[in-house]
Design a binder for this molecule. Structure first.
Ligand SMILES: Cc1cc2nc3c(=O)[nH]c(=O)nc-3n(C[C@H](O)[C@H](O)[C@H](O)COP(=O)(O)OP(=O)(O)OC[C@H]3O[C@@H](n4cnc5c(N)ncnc54)[C@H](O)[C@@H]3O)c2cc1C
Length: 315
């Protein structure tokens, strides 16, 4: 398999770690991702004077995680030694920004961003992709790894693997909503890092990470079951609803935001995982990984990606 070309669809944590393991073992690996940036649900948004972490922003204690493969544990220890992440109580958090952790995982990998897989042809071993400039092309592969949420994987496979849908029928993901706001207020006046009520949790981004931000930057995440009520709205409405929640609990009267955005994660959290680390179809040369295989945390995504890579190394 060594000189063969492996294509990974999805450059979230799982795809990145899978790609890293295979690249370091000498394989030729290309990752493609439909996003503007890699990292998937580890996401940092930067605007003029503001930085927000609107996806995951902490990791469970990886020293206590029972099933983390050696390579995954090694990567996280290196990130700690290089001061990209640091311990905060029972968790680890990025020191400056979630995007630093993503860059650390992505370093040395061949990645094409803004490249969406729209159709797979498992027989001819090709992927149809659409690029940001609306161009289309076909990417050939010898081995394919699909590292995207299960519902999206199902529609890409489109009945080309016998009983594939049955395997995924038990897996459940839930969506969530987030809004980002910056204000022309001195962040030094706000000492707290979190505010919450039963519906939302507010992160004061200025107090979470060592980022240079002149504006007060707040990220509002929905909690369950409120998330279910909110996610079916459009982004503008999500922003409005979450601004209402923010205003009702924030201790300072807030002026008009200098930046505001609503965001929906259609497949944000794993409600019920697959219960095995990955799916592997030898005959078709296809593997599937992602947090949804094992649980729903960054560590589950690391574990799934690395374990699938190690299965491929045995082939
Ligand atoms: C708001 C929020 C907060 C969270 N907080 C935490 C936390 O504090 N701690 C924690 O451990 N976990 C947290 N999580 C969960 C954590 O983010 C995920 O477990 C992890 O990031 C999943 O990684 P992944 O690689 O499996 O999937 P993803 O990150 O979803 O990666 C999939 C990638 O595939 C790409 N993609 C999808 N379809 C296509 C296609 N057709 N073609 C090309 N590319 C495609 C996407 O752009 C994406 O980059 C949180 C999640 C959310 C939404």
């Amino acid at each position: 398999m060594k000189k063969k070309k492996i294509v990974i669809i999805g450059a979230g944590v799982s795809g990145l770690l899978c790609g890293k393991r295979l690249t370091e073992a000498g394989y030729s690996v290309l990752l493609i991702d439909k996003g503007r940036n890699v990292g998937g649900r580890l996401s940092t948004r930067r605007t003029d004077g503001a930085i927000f972490h609107h996806g995951a922003s902490s990791l469970p204690d990886f020293y206590k995680h029972k099933d983390l493969p050696k390579f995954g544990l090694g990567m996280l220890k290196r990130a700690e030694n290089e001061k990209i992440i640091q311990r905060k109580g029972d968790l680890f958090e990025p020191v400056s920004s979630v995007s630093d952790l993503v860059s650390f995982f992505a370093s040395g990998l061949k990645i094409q961003e803004g490249c969406e897989a729209t159709h797979l042809n498992l027989q001819s071993r090709t992927i149809d992709v659409s690029l940001r400039n609306n161009n289309h092309k076909e990417i050939p592969y010898d081995f394919l790894i699909v590292s995207i949420p299960p519902n999206q994987a199902k529609s890409l496979i489109n009945n080309q693997i016998n009983r594939f849908e049955n395997y995924l029928s038990e897996v459940e993901m839930r969506s969530s909503a987030t809004a980002l706001f910056s204000f022309d207020l001195n962040p030094a006046h706000i000492k707290e890092t979190f505010f919450s009520n039963e519906r939302v949790q507010i992160q004061v981004e200025n107090n979470r990470f060592k980022c240079e931000q002149k504006l007060l930057c707040l990220t509002v995440h929905t909690k369950e079951p409120f998330a279910r009520e909110v996610v079916n709205n459009d982004k503008r409405k999500i922003r409005e609803i979450l601004f209402g929640e923010l205003s009702s609990i924030f201790p300072v009267l807030l002026p008009k935001p200098t930046y505001e955005a609503g965001h929906r994660w259609l497949y944000g959290f794993t409600e019920r995982p697959l219960g095995q680390p990955y799916l592997f179809y030898k005959k078709q040369n296809v593997g599937f990984c992602g947090d949804w295989c094992l649980g729903g945390t960054i560590l589950n995504a690391v574990s799934s990606g690395v374990r699938l890579a190690e299965q491929i190394l045995k082939e």
